[in-house]
Design a protein around this ligand. Structure first.
Ligand code: ZN
Length: 378
């Protein structure tokens, strides 16, 4: 499809070859297959608003989530700095994916979309189903068979057509690509595939900076799959100029393509062979698009940050402590940020007086089994 988004002032630019294009419904650079990013004129006020990305007809009040300071001992007994939680569980369907879906759906509807498709480990599919229901368009969601039941229940509750696809996330991704072509639906998959969704994540960086009164935290720790949220935070701070926080891509030892490449000192992320982790939201092996991981890794390195791979037990411990010591019930993926901050402090990378923001990406209601299986459940 080559329909235009109207007079939005937007254009698309390939991050690999730099080619600029009109803001049509494109998923990859036609010249080289690279990731497309949205370029947009800076707002006169100097700050972005939700309405710059999401229409009144589509929004459900996503974003503008709390940044909450919690006792530093939640990180470690001998940590004495400032610890903040960016609570993305407050979004309408319970994860930060609402931000991407709302923005991507806004552009899709402007371009005449008659339906949407999403490949998802669960949260993006729940967001797509939720926003499609409100907008009155059909949605098809493709999920791996192993997706937590809470996420599947959400997708069905919102009325989307659910396809459970055997195998890992890569298979669901391929199925959604095929379905989008067959049906003529817009693909809202929340990897880097849909540039209009990723574009709105710059608000996350802006919100953190504004809530800290313009101070730049030393670290922002981000549960990371292919990495659009890393890009959004990076973009949000880059838009403001000034200092860039060190960005940490938190992954699970069971699926850590970006963290592996970071440790190896490589610029090229390779697909992960056999993903297996309780953190379903970051279990993307990047099978057919490892270059997305490489782009994220470049942003992490640009910021002076790190890629970190965590054992499921460390993620589980962080999940329990967020709930029991901070009143924040997160799914395992959402707790990976605190687990990574703990690791970096133990390793000596994070200093005892640093300021750290852990982004908590998804709600614990979505994955009761992870809670129950840990021995803490009912
Ligand atoms: Zn290109």
């Amino acid at each position: 499809m080559t329909r235009h988004a109207g007079d939005t002032g937007l254009s698309l630019r390939c991050v690999a070859c730099g080619t600029a294009r009109a803001a049509t419904l494109l998923y990859r650079c036609p010249a080289c297959g690279g990731i497309l990013e949205v370029e947009r004129p800076r707002p006169v006020s100097g700050r972005w608003r939700r309405g710059d990305f999401v229409s009144d007809a589509v929004t459900l009040g996503e974003g503008e989530t709390p940044l909450r300071q919690v006792p530093p001992a939640l990180l470690a007994p001998d940590f004495h700095g400032n610890l903040f939680l960016k609570d993305e569980t407050r979004n309408p369907s319970g994860s930060f994916k609402d931000r991407l879906v709302a923005a991507a759906l806004t552009r899709a509807l402007e371009m005449g979309a008659t339906g949407i498709v999403s490949a998802s480990s669960g949260n993006a599919g729940a967001a797509a189903a939720c926003y499609a229901a409100n907008a009155g368009v059909p949605a098809i969601v493709c999920c791996p068979e192993a997706t937590p039941h809470g996420k599947l229940a959400q997708i069905l509750a919102y009325g989307a057509a659910l396809e459970r696809v055997p195998g890992h996330y890569g298979n669901s991704f391929a199925r959604a690509m095929a379905l989008a072509g067959e049906k003529g639906y817009v693909n809202l998959t929340t990897t880097y595939l849909n540039p209009y969704g990723v574009d709105a994540l710059r608000l996350v960086g802006q919100e953190i900076a504004e809530d800290l009164s313009g101070d730049t935290p030393d670290w922002i720790v981000i549960p990371t799959s292919s990495g659009p949220l890393v890009k959004g935070v990076h973009q949000g701070f880059a838009d403001r100029g000034g200092a860039m926080p060190k960005l940490v891509a938190a992954q699970s030892e069971g699926c850590a393509p970006i963290a592996r490449a970071f440790v190896e000192g490589s610029a090229e992320v390779r697909p992960w062979e056999n993903p297996k982790t309780i953190a379903s939201g970051i279990s993307d092996p990047l099978t057919t698009y490892p270059f997305e991981g490489s782009h994220t890794l470049a942003l992490v390195r640009d910021s002076g940050g790190q890629g970190v791979a965590l054992a499921d037990d460390a993620i589980r411990a962080a999940m329990h402590d967020l709930a029991r010591r901070a009143g924040l019930f997160a799914e395992p993926t959402g707790a990976a940020s605190l687990a990574a901050a703990r690791r970096l402090f133990a390793d000596g990378a994070i200093a005892a007086t640093d300021t750290i923001v852990c982004i908590v990406t998804g709600h614990g209601f979505k994955d009761f089994a992870a809670f129950a299986d840990s021995g803490a459940g009912p």
